[in-house]
Design a protein. Structure first.
Length: 262
């Protein structure tokens, strides 16, 4: 298992290309391939799974490793394995974890099917449901136990695009800003691949491209609604700060800097 980006692909590998990887993960299963998408926002700091937390995901990650002792190796190491369940996983790592669920489904069912009312019991029931396809099974598991937070999306994109920046899915907005080469001070300066670093470290997102209308941009991020690409109008609020003109309840409506790393 490895994250890879070839030299020909790199100049075109913007935020939307990274989003496409998360939305089209090809997993090897018994009898063929299953295409799975990351649809959920997950953040280890959230107080409950219902609010986007990773508590159930963490429990299931421990149980999967109990029946699949090579799970860490498959994922590229223990850190990468844990990242997949904590909202920080790369597409390649998440694929490896989903393939591990498929490869060890019988062992997982045998050990945990009787644990009603627990995360591992629910996961075993999903794996044991013979009325659905492998694609549907892995999609349910991905929706239930695997998701992505804002740093997970941006950090994995930057780690894959330009490893020498030494940015990871654990680096928050303030840490990413230490690598800034330029701060945008006007709306007409904002370009594709700029980063939106929220002023109090609350969130990070990426500008994918300009929209035809002035002051409007296509933004890739993982927030409420999970990993997604949407059009937003920006408002300038200060010399170096901006804000979404009309954020929805699923968006982060606070002020942000717009920076370039290139």
């Amino acid at each position: 298992m490895a994250d890879e980006l070839n030299l020909l692909e790199a100049p075109l590998f913007g935020p939307s290309a990274m989003l496409a990887r998360y939305k089209n993960m090809s997993c090897s299963v018994d009898g063929g391939m299953a295409t799975v998408a990351v649809n959920k926002y997950r953040n280890a700091n959230k107080p409950s799974p219902e609010k986007g937390g990773c508590q159930h995901a963490h429990a299931v990650s421990i149980r999967l490793h109990e029946v699949a002792r090579d799970a860490y190796e498959r994922a590229g190491g223990q850190v990468r394995y844990v990242e997949a369940f904590m909202g920080k996983g790369s597409p390649a790592t998440i694929i490896s974890v989903l393939e591990t669920f498929a490869a060890y489904s019988d062992a997982f069912i045998a050990k945990f099917a009787g644990r009603k009312g627990t995360p591992e019991g629910k996961c075993a029931a999903i794996l044991a449901d013979g009325s659905i396809t492998w694609e549907q099974t892995l999609q349910q598991i991905c929706d239930e136990y695997i998701g992505l937070d804002c740093n997970g999306f941006v950090g994995n994109w930057l780690r894959l695009l330009q490893p020498d920046l030494k940015l990871t899915p654990n680096h928050r907005a303030d840490e990413v800003r230490t690598k800034a080469l330029h701060y945008r001070t006007r709306l007409d300066q904002i370009e594709y691949w700029d980063l939106m670093c929220y002023t109090h470290n609350e969130h990070i997102a990426a500008v994918d491209d300009r929209s035809p209308a002035p002051g409007r941009f296509m933004v890739c991020q993982s927030a409420g609604g999970g990993p997604r690409r949407n059009e937003f109008a920006f408002l300038q609020t200060g010399t170096r700060t901006f804000q979404l003109a009309a954020p929805t309840p699923q968006d982060i409506g606070y002020q942000f800097y717009v920076i370039s790393l290139w």
